[in-house]
Design a protein around this ligand. Structure first.
Ligand code: C2E
Ligand code: CA
Ligand code: CA
Length: 735
């Protein structure tokens, strides 16, 4: 996963984690609050019950007092009762509470009670009414006792409604530990429970275990605890086995104690009611968070993919760039097996841009790219390099189809095509290479196809297929590249000189300096090989300076030892001409030597002039001012030889060997050279012919007033000593 994406999701996980932490903190806080509320509720039960009882029992006491005063007058007693029965009603229908008059039971017990005191007596079954009742008694001053018996269901109402609690309430008499009321039992259960001996039954166990706790925690015995106003919270296991939290508090005034409690399941149930909210809130929050993050991640990812796409694809054609393809095939998805690699390039594309504008160049690139896209679908790749170069990589299975498509393209492009409002006839070249990628790297394969393309351009063929020899050439070129610096540093270069002769007189009128390299490691390397590599690598500037220095030195020596006047032609690469230091270097070398500049001819190849025409023109004028001669080498092979002649201050043209080769046996070639010589005459430019191997060629040139000829016919390029000897011979027989 992409790093940014990973970070976004890590942030999300952190946010989820934080929200869960927050939810946990809230839960813990809620639990604390809830538990506190439960405990307060249990304690509160006592207060509310006491208030309720004091209100009801106050009225009961009044009633009992009035009954006492009525002194057994049954009519009065009935009246009092009917008046009070409504007011002492325990909230249920008044008819269900009843009065039992002057009950006299368990006298011993009742007599022990203080007079004028209302208190509970243990509940019992009242057969006349088929009901469980709780008697509320009163000790009259005279010693006897009155009693109300109330339905235990009323007690339930009293304690649950009066105390507003949903928990369990036991009301137990402190005098004999009889259970007066148990809110968690219905009538039948109450009966079973009540009729068992409480002290031996569950209640006994409860009191027994808790009297121990009370002793330990408060330091009071159970009796002492029950005699005072005391309250204590504890955990208890119910008869059902359930655990519950209880508050145990005494009410000495009514001779009862109240145990109010909640089962833990109830506490949890209530607590969960609150936590559901927190859980839902957390889930909801995280869901929203997730949706937001997912949306953000999607947008981010789309943006990233878009940027990535743009960084890997060429904006003009939408094709994969060469750099991106290298990264893809070398790192991400290496390809294996035999593939066809094709390179397609528009020759002199910059001329199209310069002449017709970049929009026309762009249209041409799009045209070619669209043409190729029709054929190069998956599993083939179509790639665009910087400038006018395209690459196709196709598996063996598709290679015939692709080669055919390229041939069609080259064929089509031979005819003029309309690009916008311009008619073009682009010169397109292609190189192909078949290679097994399991035995070579992607980069090596690209190098091979580059080389095939280079060969196609160099040999002016439409399509060049890479061969083993080309491969050897690649190796040789890379070896040369590696040894070039060393060769320059170790002064492994020297110059040889080829004579230029006036065909009329046979007199030597010039020599051309030609570079030679005896490489310590590779042996002799011809200039055709190393000059181009030096130009590509930029080393031509160092090499050029070294060669110029040798040439000037040698020439000084040659002149001194021949005592004749002839010119020296030195070859310069266009890169030397364009370098900032060129003029200074020349001034320095020539100035120090004392050689008059008019004896020096600077040869420059014309094919790349167009690109820097204005600059070159200024430079040539400056050289002219100093007295140097300028020669246009390889005349006729470049693009715009003739227009160049009228635009630049040129003194000499050198007709390329390829035009000379057949002048003695091909009429068109002969006519062409004759015309060049005529133009030279018209423009007053000296014409030199090179590569003369036959005397027939020399004769024709002589006849048409060629100023100077150079070639194996007279001499191959010679080392310094030999050229001195050559010059010292007076003249050459030119018939
Ligand atoms: P160029 O300047 O056109 O040089 C003429 C080439 O033709 C020389 O090849 C020369 O040996 C060859 N040549 C001359 N007469 C004949 C002939 O009758 N028959 C045949 N087959 N060849 C003939 P060379 O010395 O191998 O140089 C090749 C090219 O390398 C030169 O072409 C020039 O472009 C470049 N070069 C040589 N020396 C230098 C140099 O010092 N500086 C620069 N920049 N380029 C150089
Ligand atoms: Ca030359
Ligand atoms: Ca030449």
């Amino acid at each position: 996963m992409h790093k940014l994406r990973k970070n976004v999701w890590l942030l999300f996980i952190a946010a989820v984690f934080l929200s869960i932490l927050l939810a946990l903190a809230m839960t813990v806080y809620t639990w604390d609050k809830h538990f506190f509320a439960i405990k307060s509720d249990l304690i509160h039960v006592h207060a509310l019950a006491e208030n309720y009882l004091s209100a009801k029992f106050g009225k009961l006491k009044n009633a009992f007092q009035l009954i006492d005063k009525a002194d057994n007058n049954q009519d009065q007693v009935s009246l009092i009762l009917s008046t009070f029965i409504d007011t002492i009603d325990f909230d249920r229908n008044s008819g269900t509470s009843f009065f039992q008059g002057h009950l006299t039971f368990d006298r011993d017990y009742l007599e022990k009670q203080e007079p004028e005191q209302v208190f509970f007596k243990n509940s019992f079954y009242y057969p006349a009414h088929k009901q469980w009742v709780a008697p509320i008694c009163y000790r009259f001053n005279a010693g006897d006792t009155g009693c109300f018996a109330i339905d235990i269901k009323d007690l339930t109402v009293l304690f649950t409604k009066g105390t507003k609690t949903t928990g369990i309430i036991h009301v137990i008499s402190t005098t004999d530990y009889w259970l007066i009321h148990n809110s968690s039992l219905d009538e039948d259960q109450f009966e079973t429970l009540y009729t068992t001996n409480m002290m031996r039954g569950p209640l006994g166990k409860l009191l027994e275990s808790h009297s121990k706790t009370i002793k330990e925690e408060i330091g009071l015995s159970l009796d002492e605890f029950l005699a005072g106003e005391n309250s204590h919270s504890y955990k208890q296991r119910l008869r059902t086995g359930e655990r519950a939290l209880f508050n145990f508090s005494t009410m000495p005034a009514y001779k009862i104690f109240i145990a109010s409690g909640y089962t833990y399941s109830e506490i949890w149930r209530q607590f969960l009611n609150y936590t559901y909210g927190i859980i839902l809130l957390t889930i909801g929050f995280n869901l929203v968070l997730f949706l937001l993050f997912r949306r953000y991640d999607k947008l981010n990812e789309m943006h990233r993919l878009d940027l990535e796409y743009k960084s890997k694809h060429d904006g003009l054609t939408g094709l994969l760039t060469r750099r991106a393809s290298e990264q893809m095939f070398m790192e991400e998805h290496p390809i294996n097996g035999t593939h066809l690699f094709a390179a397609i390039s528009i020759n002199k594309f910059n001329l199209i841009n310069e002449r017709f504008g970049h929009h026309v160049g762009d249209l041409l690139l799009q045209y070619i790219s669209n043409y190729l896209k029709n054929y190069c679908a998956d599993p083939c790749y179509l790639i665009r390099d910087i400038g006018p170069d395209f690459f196709i990589i196709s598996p063996e299975s598709e290679s015939d189809k692709i080669e055919l498509a390229i041939e069609h393209l080259l064929e089509n492009m031979r005819k003029p095509i309309a690009m916008g409002d311009v008619i073009l006839r682009p010169n397109i070249k292609a190189g192909v290479f078949r290679g097994d990628l399991s035995s070579m790297s992607y980069r090596e394969a690209l190098k091979c196809v580059d080389l095939a393309l280079w060969k196609a351009k160099k040999e002016q063929v439409n399509l060049y297929a890479y061969t083993e020899e080309t491969h050897e050439l690649v190796l040789q070129r890379s070896r040369i590249r590696e040894l070039l610096d060393e060769g320059i540093a170790n002064h492994e270069f020297h110059l040889v000189y080829q004579p230029q002769v006036d065909p009329k007189t046979g007199i030597l009128n010039g020599i051309e300096a030609l570079a030679r390299w005896n490489c310590a490691k590779l042996g002799f390397i011809p200039p055709d090989q190393f000059i181009e590599i030096a130009e590509e690598s930029g080393l031509i500037l160092d090499l050029g300076r070294e060669l110029t220095a040798i040439a000037i030195n040698d020439f000084k020596d040659i002149l001194a030892k021949t005592n004749k006047e002839f010119t020296l032609s030195i070859n310069f690469s266009i890169y030397q001409f364009l370098s900032d230091t060129f003029l200074n270097d020349i001034d320095e070398f020539v100035g120090n030597s004392g050689i008059p500049p008019k004896l020096l001819t600077l040869e420059i190849t014309e094919s790349i002039f167009v690109e820097e025409l204005a600059y070159i023109k200024k430079l040539l004028l400056q050289l002219h001012e100093r007295g140097f001669h300028i020669s246009l080498d390889d005349f006729g092979t470049g693009y715009s030889s003739l227009s160049m002649l009228s635009k630049l201050p040129i003194d000499e043209i050198k007709i390329d060997k390829s035009f000379i080769d057949n002048i003695h046996r091909s009429r068109p070639d002969y006519m062409l050279v004759r015309n060049i010589l005529a133009i030279g005459e018209t423009l007053d430019v000296k014409v030199v012919a090179e590569g003369i191997e036959h005397s027939d060629q020399a004769d024709i040139l002589k006849k048409h007033h060629c100023h100077s000829i150079q070639g194996y016919l007279y001499s191959k390029p010679l080392p310094k000593d030999e050229i001195i000897a050559f010059a010292n011979k007076n003249s050459i027989n030119t018939k």
